[in-house]
Design a binder for this molecule. Sequence first.
Ligand code: BGC
Length: 309
Amino acid sequence: MQVLGLDLGGTNIKWAVLDSGGGVDGAPRPLGYGSLPTGAEDGPEAVAERLLEAGRRAIGIHGDADGIGVGVPGLFDRATGAIELFPNLQGAWPGFPLRARLEGQFGRPVAIINDARAFTLAEGTLGAGRGCRTLVCITLGTGVGGGVLIDGRLHLGANGRAGEIGHQVVVEDGPPCGCGNRGCVEPLAWAETLARLAGRGTAAEVYAGAADGDERCCAAISEVARYLGLGLANVTTVLVPDRIVVGGGISAAGELLLEPLRAAVRARAPLVEPDRIDIVAASLGSEAGAIGAALAALAALEETSAAAR
Ligand code: BGC
């Protein structure tokens, strides 16, 4: 089978095409990737058109897909595939019938998955979390996304929303968050805060400055790592994962961020032998979300065919 994954991001829509077999140990094998600008400011209708355009381009290059997965930056209704909340994507998204719209146009089944849960599926299946039974993943970018594998399977909880690591409250009545709450990890630790604390334009500039020894950049990373570390330590105490995989803009930071995160988890999750838990960088790069969306499409097709048997 061949599946297509689309990752709806604030800046770009990425796509990945996967062959369901043919990879290492029979794992799915990526066949190709691409992207186009999201143009989020044009609103949901235009963005849905661009998702179609991205999908058509991918299909034009690699041939038809049996199923399509779409990673979205927030919450959606599992039954209808309509969007509920995108904390960081502008436009009138709540209620937008994304799955119905795309299924109608592609004429193929569409599975919707949260973007960070898609990242988790990808890193857990093909990337830095491969082989872990209990895995925690976090993505640092415009938002702070998360996902959890338990017994090797994506844990979505009773209503499909489990894994929102960035929306744990770590400062009571702290800064407002796009989700409507206050003091979540996200506004304390996302790329925008990091850049502001360091007086730089982007997170990548902060990491470059820190690598050159700039004190303000180093201090900004420590501050952000404090809150991320708190969030990760709490999750660690509850789940005791085999590994924590950190992705998103992190690729530029590497050990500069990973080391303070390890120190925070060691300091704040002392009961659960935190030294045993690896905290590592993601390995699939910026395509992880699209790969994970394609894996979600594959899982949905397999479920449908199992139900039909
Ligand atoms: C949303 C998550 C999403 C993350 C990254 C957060 O604000 O709540 O659902 O995964 O941003 O897009």
